[in-house]
Design a protein around this ligand. Structure first.
Ligand SMILES: *Cc1c(COP(=O)(O)O)cnc(C)c1O
Length: 380
């Protein structure tokens, strides 16, 4: 049995340190927004390379608080992609704005920057880029475009801890970068947690107010806010795990290289990495027209897998009201039929990954032979 994710791995690897951190919090008696949160915010800002980090309750809240801090709300449109986790879209709606979608490019399945300008309307006030699977969007090009057009740029980096573009960490180039520390992410808490990062002190101040009822110090609401605080326990645990993040991202990269080694040269589409763009391999996603068949084969071998994500958000019932239809985002829709995430997390061994790779390779070769003999039949 090879699981797609192992929720105990981090804990078992860092048991003593995690337990010490938890005990420290219990004994301090301070449970919400205290010294651990402050320390983690500083450490996270340092890691990402921004001046400020603001801890919040989830990645979804990070995005909606970022939008609110930028003054985006009712009547505004926010442009993003439809092949993302639902929370990207839920956060736009939570901020009171309306999501708008642009298609993706077929190589990395990231926002197609060539199509962005044509999608902008006078009401589009912000773009949210998504570093899906841990691979970075060309944020410099987006930054140039958003500056020129006078709109905001928010980066959804929920899958991009450890991702880098030209040696800059994901999230440090946008107006605000948003992270989730949901347990399955590259840096995961032991519960829900998230953070916003920015270089702008005024935005950081607004986000600090918004996350706690609009308060500043004296329990008087200075603006409309929400309740989305990072708690001390999660912050203390994240501080422990942050020390291992680079090591674990490197481990993901090493395991990903094993997949690529075995599967290169087949007709399967594999993740690509271009010069200067560092993949953090939150997921290792391949593409094939024979996905259902491959899934049956993986299940037969008790190998876990994922589909991230099976239905693009613009075609989900909750968002019908946005008025999109099948065919509106052809590259996104085609990818949703073909993508498959193979097991990839630091808890796997090289042997396990090589085993999965060989199962996929054998399936692929057998399928290819079958197609080939079907063709021969036709010729005969
Ligand atoms: C996980 C994720 C989020 C949301 O994070 P939560 O902490 O679950 O709210 C947002 N965007 C993307 C791309 C994600 O993968």
């Amino acid at each position: 049995m090879i699981p797609a994710f192992d929720g105990r791995f981090d804990y078992l690897r860092m048991k003593d340190e995690i337990c010490d951190a938890m005990r420290r919090v219990c004994e301090s008696g301070q449970l919400i927004l205290g010294p651990e949160v402050e320390a983690f915010e500083q450490e996270w800002a340092n890691y990402v390379g921004t001046r400020h980090a603001v801890g919040v309750n989830s990645g979804t809240d990070a995005i909606s608080i970022a939008l609110r801090a930028l003054g985006i709300g009712a009547g505004d449109k926010v442009l993003t992609v439809a092949n993302t986790a639902v929370p990207t879209i839920a956060a736009i709606v939570a901020a009171g704005a309306t999501p708008q979608f642009v298609d993706i490019e077929p190589n990395h399945l990231l926002m197609d920057l060539e199509q962005v300008e044509a999608c902008l309307t006078p009401r589009t006030r912000c773009i949210i880029s998504v570093d899906l699977y841990g691979y970075p969007v060309d944020i410099n090009q987006l930054r140039e475009l958003t500056r020129r057009r006078g709109i905001h740029l928010v980066a959804d980096c929920a899958q991009a801890h450890g991702t880098r573009l030209d040696d800059r960490h994901a999230g440090s180039v946008a107006d605000i970068g948003c992270f989730s520390f949901y347990p399955t992410k590259n840096l995961g808490a032991m519960g829900d947690a998230g953070a916003c990062v920015t270089n702008d002190p005024e935005l950081a101040r607004r986000m600090r107010r918004i996350r706690c009822y609009g308060f500043e110090g004296n329990r008087i609401a200075l603006m409309d806010g929400v309740c989305s605080r990072l708690d001390e326990m999660q912050a203390a645990i994240l501080r422990v795990k942050l020390r291992y993040l680079d090591k674990f991202v490197q481990r993901r990269r090493d395991l990903a290289a094993i997949y690529s080694h075995w599967l290169e040269g087949t007709a399967l589409s594999l993740p690509l990495e271009s010069h200067g763009r560092r993949h953090a391999y939150h997921q290792y996603v391949i593409q094939t027209d024979g996905r259902d068949d491959l899934i049956a084969e993986l299940e037969r071998h008790k190998i876990g897998y994922g589909i991230h994500y099976p239905v693009p958000v613009h075609l989900m019932p909750a968002y019908e009201c946005l008025g999109y239809h099948p065919g509106d985002l052809p590259v996104t829709e085609r990818a949703a039929q073909r993508i498959l995430s193979l097991p990839l997390h630091p808890g796997l061994t090289e042997e396990q990954v090589a085993y999965v790779a060989r199962v996929v390779l054998h399936w692929h070769m057998a399928a290819a032979t079958e197609w080939c003999s079907a063709d021969c039949e036709l010729i005969r």
